[in-house]
Ligand binder design. Sequence first.
Ligand SMILES: C[S@@+](CC[C@H](N)C(=O)[O-])C[C@H]1O[C@@H](n2cnc3c(N)ncnc32)[C@H](O)[C@@H]1O
Length: 254
Amino acid sequence: MDQSSEEKIMEIVNNSYSKVAKKLLTDTSNCCEPSVSCCSPEVEGSTVQELSIISVNNIPTLGCNTNLIEVAKISTGEKVLDLGSGPGKDTFAASILVGEKGSVIGVDFSDDMLTLANKYRDDNKITNVEFRKGNLTELPVENNSIDVIITNCVINLVPDKTKVFEEAFRVLKSGGRLIDSDISIINPLKADLINNEQLYCACIGGAVTEDDYVRNMKEVGFENIEVRRQYTTSFTIGEEAVPYASSYFIAFKP
Ligand SMILES: C[S@@+](CC[C@H](N)C(=O)[O-])C[C@H]1O[C@@H](n2cnc3c(N)ncnc32)[C@H](O)[C@@H]1O
């Protein structure tokens, strides 16, 4: 894909999620419109739901899996980065686990998502979270500064995934880990569905297979990569049912 097509897709994705954020800012009912985001089936008993901080439970998620924080095994004092933080549910859950000695940075490129996330942060008086505006292909984060990167249903939305993995690798400390919850396609998409805006913003049009995902991570230097499939389902567009999976990709910087 050439650079102008990539920029066009990122603008469409930004507009789509800005609309979701504006709706959430004005609407008190939780969650999003499934047609334009990656809302997932509810998973019972996730660590986030069990956390006694009610404020985090009330923050909507647009992610594909709801137990990311449990899988990430975040410890006190760690420095966490949430890529495509959206409303910030995982960011805030991580902030509880790292405690006062740790900190969490959320990065998102949508001004409206940042407004929403900052509102939740301020309303809940959370002091160890900072949201930064930025594109995942050019992270506003220093080299070798992060212990754990978390990301929930975002990398599929970025056309240049290699660049995102290169940036993740750059900012992680040696020994640091990437815990990526994301959608992957089961079969390559048919030509007429590639770059379909609705499918792209629904987190499927830009998704790759699990094998391609892992190959991409390896190519930039990640090691000990593990894939944990969570569920397989399909998305119906017109007459077409597009099968896809939701998985965790866990990878380490040597
Ligand atoms: C499906 S939502 C997930 C939000 C959040 N991770 C969650 O689980 O609730 C995707 C988020 O990624 C952001 N995003 C998509 N592409 C991005 C990019 N290239 N750079 C930065 N943020 C991006 C969108 O603005 C949106 O907030």
